[in-house]
Design a protein around this ligand. Structure first.
Ligand SMILES: [Fe+2]
Length: 248
């Protein structure tokens, strides 16, 4: 929520005191034991508690699917969702839990799209995907075309973190014009990943090119940093955009 405080000069300034306005997080690695996020149910529970304290009411958790490292399937992910839902219930924690996935753009993803294999989505058929951080994938346009032809709405995870877009902001603008929704990571607002990522996320917010905001929480280090993000001036600005999180 946004509150107004008086600054040192007696002027009113907006400040965010929780992430309750976002309400629903749609990108995290909180499900236990299937990627580089929470390793155990206990760690998952700690993360759910931390996200609750930050003001979230629902978590759509998105384990990596990457053919070289994380061969997760819808069955595996749904199985772990049930495990965590039960643990959350036993703990008496009030948090709605759901799952999707963060799909790495590789040949296996292209093949699944071609075969019409089931892909885990959230909300209105939103498909969360990521690419290599360093190299622009040669098949980016083709992948987007295939996703859209199969009826998916592609959501690019953390667009501000791909260095191949640095100095090419117009390419991000064009992607969004082609129907790719953009989901920056909240922690980029504090410079957590790099000064470059901070610069791009601020530019995206200034240009109104943000559709979702995600925590991308893997560990308590990430949720602790989210507390720092609450002081970001650009967060106030981002929360004034027509974000889709709270409709999920
Ligand atoms: Fe992620």
């Amino acid at each position: 929520m946004i509150k107004f405080i008086q600054n040192l000069f007696g002027k009113e300034e907006a400040q965010v005191d929780s992430l309750g306005t976002i309400g629903v997080d749609m990108h995290s690695h909180i499900l236990p034991g299937i990627d580089d996020g929470a390793a155990t149910v206990e760690q998952s529970l700690e993360l759910v508690r931390a996200m609750k304290e930050l003001g979230y009411r629902k978590l759509i958790m998105t384990p990596h699917i990457m053919s070289d490292f994380y061969r997760n399937t819808p069955e595996i992910i749904r199985g772990q969702l049930q495990v965590l839902q039960q643990a959350v219930q036993e703990e008496g924690l009030d948090m709605e839990l759901a799952c999707a996935a963060e799909h790495y753009l590789d040949e296996a993803l292209l093949q699944k799209l071609e075969d019409g294999e089931e892909l885990l989505t959230f909300g209105d058929n939103y498909l969360l995907f990521e690419t290599s951080f360093l190299n622009e994938p040669l098949n980016l346009r083709e992948a987007i075309f295939r996703m859209q032809s199969q009826g998916y709405k592609p959501v690019l995870a953390h667009p501000e973190r791909y260095t191949y877009f640095y100095g090419k902001f117009d390419d991000l603008v064009r992607l969004r014009e082609q129907g790719v929704l953009l989901q920056p990571n909240l922690n980029s607002l504090s410079g957590y990943y790099s000064p470059g990522a901070k610069m791009v996320v601020e530019k995206l917010i200034d240009a109104g090119l943000v559709d979702f905001l995600g925590s991308d929480a893997h560990s308590l280090k990430h949720t602790a940093n989210l507390q720092k993000v609450l002081c970001s001036k650009h967060l106030v600005k981002a929360l004034e955009l027509p974000l889709l999180n709270n409709q999920l």
